[in-house]
Design a protein around this ligand. Sequence first.
Ligand code: FES
Length: 622
Amino acid sequence: MPTVTFLPGYRKATVHQGDSLLEAAIAAGLHMNVVCGGQGKCGKCIVFLKSGTASFDLEKYRRFFADEEIARGACLACQTFVVNDLRVEVPEQSLVQQQKILVEFPGTEIPPDPAVRKYVLRLSPPSLDDTTPDVNRLLEGIERQGGPRPNRIYVPLDVLQYLPRALRQGNWNMTATVALVPGGYRLLHVDEGDSSNRLYGAAVDLGTTTIVVYIWSLADGRIAATASNYNRQISCGEDILSRVTFARKGGLARLQQLAAESINDALCAAADAAGIDLEDIFEVMIAGNTVMTHLLLGIDPAYMIAEPYTPAVRRMLSTAAGRIGIATHRNAGVYTFPAVSNFIGGDIIADILASGMAEREEVSLLVDIGTNFEAVLGNSDWMLSCAGAAGPALEGGEVLFGMRANPGAIERVRINGDTLTPTFTTINGAGPQGICGSGLIDLLAELIRACVIDRNGNINMEIENPRVRRGRYCPEFVVAWKEETAVAKDIVITENDIKNLIMSKAAILGACMTLLDAAGLDHGEIATVYFSGAFGNYINKENAITIGLIPEVGLDQVKNIGNGAITGANIALINRQSRKLLDALAQRITYIELNAEPSFMDRYTSSCFLPHTDLTLFPKVQ
Ligand code: FES
């Protein structure tokens, strides 16, 4: 079997003839940037063939390469197939880099009221006059300390197995950890002495791309540590669909393991930083989309992507950490948020919890944007939701120089209306490598203001300025000259990129309008628009309205809730009353299937302009 050696690290993988270089890279433990999931659409997995033979259709994918890259042997890892032994150079940009991950927690008014408690006990030892079994002695001690009645506490076998010795070694001075669980209470752990100050819980945002973890001290309701990292499942496909496909092909166990490992990496980093023993974490609250939740729990998500599109489960689930490989105390309860549909998952329920929109009478609109978007409209009485594919453009896919929010991504852009000279900032101040979502929205808005593009997104080729030029395939605007960049080529935005971006934003605006139609409301009746997620957190609100990404409302009515998934998970972790309401909240949200909604196509089509065909809907933009 051929061996593929990846440079510069000399990682090796032995693969079958006909396997793709992407499969070889995964086998070699490399995390490639597979924005389109290996479909040959994003051009982000560029590698260079140094020696050996592989098959690659250069003509078909030529648009992704500069001439000098072709001369160096450029090809797409996902579309290049191994023939014999190969040496392949992987440039840094083609690997997943440390992304800007949103970990800030805006704080909450929710009072701490955790579902796990510790009881410090001084028990009297047994005697010939008192032969009460050890476990009864312990449970009665818990009740005397204000805990639940003994018959309401379930004691797992593994606790019973070590209990007799532990009680005697501890000289009957013990701490019992008890959790409120569905249907009663559960004794999680018994240890010697007073360990009441070592009681922790973890909230987890299990994203398709990133993982964010908060460790809380449940003893005093403070944040002890935070950490974030990539979801290791990326190596099996960047988007949801490719993960489900991987699972269907026998990869479910692997994806489950990778999800648990990714959470454990972040837990370990956070616990190490705060000097916390992972064994002292007794509860884990996880917010993830419906597919991620299925994968973490090892539940087959295959039937969600085939007619009639049914998930295995939508309600809140709980299991013991040890059963799914989460590296906390093995008896710690792991809870996953409930879902509304295949596409409105636990992460969106967490967003709603974080925004507080379900507790208010005024109508709010919540929008969470990624490759897919989700939108929720409603108040304390009713809620409508929908979801759709925004396409990868707003995340940098299908845009020639689009990229994720990695170091070197252009994230803010202004354009001088007279000279058309852009000024921009990049993430971490690194040399520009491409443009991320917030930069792309700025660019669209600034290009309209500077009259470089019209409302259809066409570049005005009559402008006499070297930045406005005809590129290899279509007109383009030069954002950064080769000498200014870290990629040794001009960074441009092409007319095709602009059209892709317009289609992405039209899907989101069209969906918001469809929800308003379904509710019989006008956009003027929206009191607050909430953006959730990393994308929403970094975009310029005014520019988002200028291009018609969301309905026009006052800028002071647009709020970023940051990473709503982790905020919601934090709230549900520290306050058991909030957690109790989640299933009921999920059940009262109506899901609207956009494809089955006749008005959606009209709303989408009329949103395929900047900002909209009906400018009266955007009076301030005019
Ligand atoms: Fe290879 Fe998108 S082109 S992953």
